[in-house]
Design a protein around this ligand. Structure first.
Ligand SMILES: Cc1cc2nc3c(=O)[nH]c(=O)nc-3n(C[C@H](O)[C@H](O)[C@H](O)COP(=O)(O)OP(=O)(O)OC[C@H]3O[C@@H](n4cnc5c(N)ncnc54)[C@H](O)[C@@H]3O)c2cc1C
Length: 417
């Protein structure tokens, strides 16, 4: 694999940039693989990479119905944090955050991970109590999180309006300094390039249309728009389309798929130093390196597979942004889009074996799985390779919805960006 470094940049500059190689191959699908990953988002590509790198499997394919990173990986607002309430969640998301901290070096690909800090605003007494509880719980789990007064929050984020004549005044904020953002498509491309270098076949424009099982019920092949592919291990990382893919093997999951949308403004000079989230009035904002304000809205109220959301959801979010940051009132919005997120009843993910031998699933990340990309990929690879979960993902089973061992981040935070 061609290495990126200051030296290679200088060498290629002097060579008129004609020496750069393709980042990954475009192979024809083989008749059989040791493992097949369905879904070429960050989670699926990452799982293939860790399977090859840490578990010695080399004959792996990632099957993507569109183009890699064209799903939620390329559509999200890239908030990364690990300050979740429950012990199981803190362990899971902090595992991912630790992997983020070394990911650019690991992949030799700049994923532009920026630990600029995430502020979560409190607007009422309930918010204050809930976020303070998060701060204490996080500290017990070794996860950084601190409480700021409204004045301290404004010092950290000067554009923030902390006046009292707002409908939802800012009473304080929780700050995770290690949290931040990354460049979404670079994550998909970085994993694709590194996985390809380890021999993984990344096959785009290849939709899985069926999953075949043998007489004993175990998986034996996938049917695709590019032919039948035999395999005894299938990992599904298909985000909003997971229930459809699992349905092909006869597995039902407690998932609902909703459109979630985001929008960006015209680009401006650097004005916004961190990420700010307000769960209560449902608005999230950061500034990309291109200068656009990146704004996240809420999910539509109805299940759907349309990759766009209702206009009233976006305008509600913009109302909140204008109240919190009056200096943005005259900004123009450049574009908006949606993605389909797969939501579980407790808003925590599933990374687990299924009842079908050889079929594994990583799903239910809902509105907040980008931050988990390296961790989810790492744990899915572990579960596929060993046919048993890692201790970190052991609580994130499908059976918890039957047995009642919920990890109820929905009740804890009401939102999971
Ligand atoms: C607007 C928006 C904002 C968000 N903001 C944040 C945020 O700020 N922070 C955060 O942590 N998370 C956020 N998320 C959630 C996050 O984007 C997802 O949880 C995460 O990207 C999921 O990654 P993935 O690789 O599993 O899914 P994806 O990137 O969606 O990959 C799944 C892939 O599976 C493919 N696929 C589906 N069916 C098939 C099939 N039959 N055959 C072959 N391929 C198939 C799809 O084409 C897709 O490319 C947001 C999501 C959206 C939509």
């Amino acid at each position: 694999m061609q290495k990126f470094s200051a030296l290679s940049l200088i060498r290629n500059t002097l060579g008129g940039h004609r020496g750069w190689q393709r980042q990954w191959r475009d192979p024809e699908p083989k008749a059989a693989y040791d493992a097949v990953i369905i879904g070429g988002g960050g989670h699926g590509l990452g799982a293939a990479y860790y399977l090859a790198k840490e578990h010695g499997l080399r004959n792996i394919a990632v099957l993507e119905k569109g183009w890699i990173g064209g799903g939620n990986t390329g559509r999200n607002t890239t908030i990364i944090r690990s300050n979740y309430l429950f012990d199981e969640s803190a362990a899971l998301y902090d595992h991912a955050l630790k992997l983020w901290e070394g990911l650019t070096q690991e992949l030799n690909y700049n994923v532009m991970f920026s630990q600029r800090g995430v502020l979560m605003l409190a607007h009422n007494v309930h918010d204050v109590q809930s976020f303070k509880r998060h701060v204490h719980a996080n500290r017990l789990n070794g996860v950084d999180n601190e409480w700021l007064t409204a004045e301290e929050a404004k010092e950290f984020c000067p554009p923030l309006n902390i006046s009292n004549n707002m409908r939802h005044p800012v009473l304080g904020a929780a700050l995770q300094r290690r949290a931040g953002t990354a460049r979404h498509d670079a994550v998909a491309w970085g994993y694709a390039r590194a996985a390809d270098a380890l021999g993984v076949d990344i096959i785009q424009n290849c939709e899985v249309t069926g999953i075949r099982r043998n007489a004993s019920g175990a998986v034996e092949a996938v049917e695709t728009t590019r032919g039948l592919i035999r395999t005894t291990k299938i990992g599904v990382s298909a985000a909003g389309h997971t229930s459809m893919v699992l349905g092909m093997a006869g597995v039902r999951l407690p998932l609902e798929s909703y459109p979630l949308q985001a929008l960006v403004s015209e680009p401006v000079k650097p004005v916004f130093p961190c990420v700010v989230m307000s769960n209560t009035i449902h608005a999230y904002i950061s500034q990309s390196d291109k200068g656009e304000l990146v704004i996240g809205a809420g999910t539509d109220a109805y299940t759907s597979y349309t990759q766009r959301g209702g206009l009233h959801i976006a305008t509600h979010t913009l109302d909140a942004i204008c109240e919190l940051f009056p200096m943005f009132r005259r900004m123009r919005m450049l574009r908006n889009w949606g993605g389909i997120v797969d939501v579980t009843p407790d808003r925590s993910p599933i990374i687990a074996k299924t009842s079908v031998p050889g079929l594994y699933v990583n799903c239910g990340w809902g509105t907040g799985g980008f931050k988990a990309t390296p961790g989810a990929a790492h744990l899915l690879a572990y579960t596929i390779a060993r046919d048993e979960p890692h201790t970190i993902n052991a609580p994130f089973t499908i059976e918890r919805f039957r047995d009642g061992f919920l990890i109820d981040e929905a009740a804890a935070a009401a939102v999971a960006h």
